[in-house]
Ligand binder design. Structure first.
Ligand SMILES: Nc1ncnc2c1ncn2[C@@H]1O[C@H](COP(=O)(O)OP(=O)(O)OP(=O)(O)O)[C@@H](O)[C@H]1O
Ligand SMILES: [Mg+2]
Length: 489
């Protein structure tokens, strides 16, 4: 007699219940590979965006479903990948681990660490490509998102949950503005994600170092697909960054995400699309490039209180050529976003830094989010400044001007001088209130232009010393600013 007959009994039960049927599993074959894509036959039930596992260890993403074959973008490629390699379906879609473990880390778009901080803590996993929050779950943009930049916070204000485009030629300070905005979130309980797409290694290292030195890494995650990365990774990078921010937002946090830059992203997408023989449209971009960016930026929003009240504020960056904002990708992005900050090459060359062209910048919804005190001070400033810029053109002819006109031009020049700001020096909103009050009260009118910077620095020290709140009434501010400015003289 057997001393243990249970296993046999279980076996028998299983055998009894077993039914003979055909079990199918698909096995595909790579027919060609190169430039970051592969064509695969023999996987008729592959789904769009499904992860494919290749025999040699390569991971790919089903990206284009044609009649007898599929086009896949390669995400991780081994040296051994050749035509003839076998491919399998996984039934899975791309996801990555999200959560606080990502703070201070540099990751690639698949969520793998690129820094030397060791493996990531395991945590909740989230799909890369999800639907944007439904309208019903959203709220109005009504809280300010301070960038620490004088021109932006006063004249082109941004609110939490807004999508504000930063646009300009190369080397005009686009990244600098975004980095400053991230640095300014220190101590403000806003988590940041900085997505670097298609940048040179030196630029990537610079950005990381700048953020580290400013102490911004404590609350920031970097998602990096550098210039030499596979086009597939560059294409995924903004979605990965958005997924990281998304997770925090649904926990009720405010987040800020920078996409630096979407020009490179659009190019990678175009490259993939052309390689996969999708029909090219305008400027050879595929027809769905607008949809791609709209889908990405629609995920930035402010959630209603019922859903935790979190927000994603997005600062996508776009590079123009020769200031041409009416080309395809810039116009797309301008129409998708809630406003743009235009950086001008000429202003940059003339030393008006940051080189923000106020005449071509706008914030369509941020005004509602501006603090009422700031809003009151900034009220007529933009209009006056725009009129000054027009008036200034006349002075070039050397014609004699009326005294009132000259006074206005002087105030304009003064304002322009006051709006200059150094790199990596985001300013507190209290100081911004103080300089605007001082300007509006005419306290700078008799100060020579070359002394403005010094006087502003003095005022800033006073404000920081006094620890006064933005909530104080205008009269209180007026008294304080008058006192500070008279001490300076
Ligand atoms: N407010 C500023 N004051 C002084 N220098 C500045 C200021 N803003 C930007 N710069 C300088 O201008 C240069 C270009 O800036 P940045 O790299 O941010 O431009 P970009 O538009 O992002 O360029 P790219 O197109 O190469 O990405 C940098 O050397 C930066 O130090
Ligand atoms: Mg840049």
């Amino acid at each position: 007699m057997r001393d243990d007959d249970t296993p046999l009994a279980v076996h028998a039960e299983w055998l009894e219940g077993y039914s003979y049927k055909q079990r199918l599993s698909e096995q595909g074959t790579v027919v060609s590979v190169g430039d970051g894509i592969a064509w695969i036959t023999g996987l008729p039930s592959a789904r769009m965006d499904e992860i494919l596992q290749l025999e040699d260890g390569t991971t790919a993403l089903a990206f284009h479903l044609a009649r007898n074959r599929i086009g896949a973008i390669l995400l991780r490629q081994t040296e051994r990948l050749t035509a003839g390699t076998t491919a399998f379906l996984t039934g899975k879609r791309l996801s990555m681990v999200v959560g606080d473990g990502l703070l201070g880390r540099v990751i690639d778009p698949l969520g793998a660490p690129l820094d030397d901080g060791g493996p990531l803590e395991s945590g909740v996993s989230r799909l890369l490509d999800v639907r944007s929050p439904p309208i019903i779950a959203r709220d109005f943009v009504k809280q300010p998102m301070y960038t620490g930049n004088k021109i932006v916070d006063a004249l082109i204000p941004i609110g939490k949950g807004q999508r504000q485009l930063i646009i300009g030629d190369n080397g005009t300070g686009k990244s600098a503005l975004a980095v400053d905005a991230v640095i300014n979130q220190r101590g403000k309980h806003v988590y940041c994600v900085y997505v670097l797409i298609g940048q040179k290694r030196s630029a990537v290292v610079n950005t990381i170092e700048t953020l580290r030195r400013a102490g911004a890494l404590d609350y920031t995650t970097l998602v990096v697909a550098e210039a030499t990365a596979m086009p597939g990774l560059k294409y995924l990078a903004p979605f990965a960054g958005c997924t990281v921010a998304d997770a925090w937002t649904w926990q009720g946090r405010d987040t800020l995400i920078v996409y630096d830059d979407l020009t490179n992203h659009a190019r990678s997408y175009r490259e993939l699309s052309l390689l996969l023989r999708r029909p090219p449209g305008r400027e050879a971009y595929p027809g769905d490039i607008f949809y791609l960016h709209a889908r990405l930026l629609e995920r930035s929003t402010r959630l209603s209180a019922k859903h935790g009240g979190g927000s994603i504020t997005a600062l996508p960056i776009i590079e123009t050529e020769q200031g041409e904002i009416s080309s395809y990708i810039p116009t797309n992005l301008i129409s998708i976003t809630d406003g743009q900050i235009y950086l001008d090459h000429d202003l940059f060359a003339r030393g008006f830094l940051p080189a923000i062209d106020v005449t071509r910048s706008v914030s369509r919804i941020g005004g509602n989010a501006q603090h009422p005190n700031i809003k009151k001070e900034a009220g007529r400033m933009k209009l006056d400044y725009l009129q000054f810029l027009e008036l200034e053109v006349f002075t070039r002819f050397g014609s004699r001007l009326e005294a009132s006109m000259e006074a206005r031009i002087h105030r304009g020049q003064l304002l322009r001088e006051m709006l200059k700001q150094d790199l990596l020096a985001p300013l507190s909103i209290e100081f911004q209130m103080a300089w605007m009050v001082a300007y509006n009260e005419g306290l700078f009118d008799h100060i020579e232009l070359h002394l403005v910077k010094e006087r502003l620095a003095y005022l800033q020290r006073q404000v920081e010393h006094a620890r006064v709140s933005i909530e104080e009434g205008r009269d209180q501010w007026k008294t304080l600013v008058h006192a500070w400015m008279s001490e300076a003289i």
